[in-house]
Design a protein around this ligand. Structure first.
Ligand code: TTP
Ligand code: MG
Length: 362
């Protein structure tokens, strides 16, 4: 008998689930080393010069340890912390396995990163169309089949679903039914809204705006005056309105690889060596199935200096090779003599046409 897809009583229009693994890289590593389950664990860069923490388990978080913190700081906060190296290949494989679970519930899946995805289950017949039950089952399957925990958020749009998945973390889920949006949104701090970074938060706070309730008091025009085009987006988001669709075939505009160094890079030879490592990783990723048919439009190098000044230099090119990146880097080093904290290499894609990628691994 065909199950009836109800417009579920709590979600009248769309039903979106946002799923996010708990301390993803750390959970994967601990899964293979259960003796570490009750110890503080951090996953950090693989070499001494890359000692920045990617993530840590929730025991380590109690000591104040966070992503992007230098390992040395973490060691000071928690001397008995266990460091484990990053293994991207492994995380990619596990991410694929997790996606197989999602596919049992819907075809409309938008991956955001290896550990995060939006699922549009509006037309899904499973669990009598109950998105909360679907989220519970998905989380249970991830736990049983993969051996890690995930959190989920359920709402009628992406913005609220994402906020909800963070609400009962770790290993929890939270729903924002349509009739609860109005109250839920009022107390939400502006920093929780996507697109509001540090600078925007400071600007809003200096205008006495701390929560969505404060934002709701401003007209569209006033918000546009403060923040340009994004002001109009904020006008909607602060009312819990978000019309972005879950896009299962979203085409990325760029791909990049970067690293933050615990010890700044100070000489050209060392910097070029690190650049080569990043370049090789970029090539590896470009060879993945999803990028193989993309045409490159330009190559770029991103540098953050030790005074936190950020610069990006790019060159139009349909081919990519190490020399292009080395030249871009050297050009930037001619005008900047400061030491380097972060280095990144990337490509921008031509989104109009998709054909064979031209790679040169020299
Ligand atoms: P997140 O989902 O932001 O973090 P998390 O899964 O580790 O923890 P949470 O329980 O809060 O969701 O990121 C997913 C993975 O991305 C994370 O496991 C490691 C990686 N990552 C970095 O490499 N650097 C970073 O600065 C962050 C934030 C994440
Ligand atoms: Mg996560």
């Amino acid at each position: 008998m065909r199950a009836i897809i109800s417009s579920h009583k709590n979600f009248n229009s769309s039903k979106i689930i946002h799923v996010d693994m708990d301390c993803f890289y750390a959970s994967v590593e601990i899964r293979e080393r259960p003796e570490l389950k009750n110890k503080p664990v951090a996953v950090a860069g693989s070499s001494a010069s890359r000692g920045v923490i990617t993530t840590c388990n929730y025991i380590a978080r109690k000591f104040g340890i966070r992503s992007a913190m230098p390992s040395i700081t973490a060691k000071r906060l928690c001397p008995h912390i266990v460091f484990l190296p990053v293994n991207m290949e492994k995380y990619r494989l596990i991410s694929k396995e997790i996606h197989k679970i999602y596919k049992c519930y819907t075809k409309v899946i938008e991956p955001v990163s290896l550990d995060e995805a939006y699922l549009d289950v509006t037309n899904s017949e499973y669990c009598q169309g109950d998105p909360e039950e679907m989220a519970r089952q998905i989380r249970m399957k991830i736990h049983e089949d993969i051996g890690i925990t995930a959190s989920a958020g359920i709402a009628s749009n992406k913005f609220l679903a994402k906020i909800a998945s963070d609400w009962n973390k770790p290993n929890g889920q939270y729903s924002i039914p349509d009739n609860a949006i109005k109250n839920f949104i009022l107390k939400l701090p502006v920093r929780k809204i996507y697109g509001v970074g540090k600078k925007t938060e400071i600007l809003l706070k200096s205008n006495g705006i701390n929560t969505c309730q404060d934002l709701q008091k401003l007209s569209k025009e006033r918000l546009s005056g403060l923040l340009g085009k994004y002001g109009r987006t904020l006008y909607s988001l602060s009312r819990g309105i978000d019309s972005r669709k879950v896009e299962s075939h979203k085409i990325s505009k760029s791909l990049s690889v970067e690293d933050t160094y615990m010890v700044d890079l100070t000489n050209q030879e060392q910097t070029l060596n690190e650049l080569r490592l990043l370049y090789l990783e970029l090539i590896k990723r470009l060879n993945m199935e999803i990028y193989k048919k993309r045409i490159i439009k330009s190559c770029y190098v991103k540098i953050k200096f030790n005074d936190f000044k950020l610069t990006t230099i790019q060159k139009s090119s349909e081919v990519i090779n190490y020399e292009i990146y080395a030249n871009l880097l050297n050009k930037s080093l001619l005008t900047n003599r400061k030491s380097i904290r972060l280095l990144g290499v990337g490509v921008q894609f031509n989104n109009e046409s998709i054909s064979q990628l031209n790679l040169d691994i020299s």
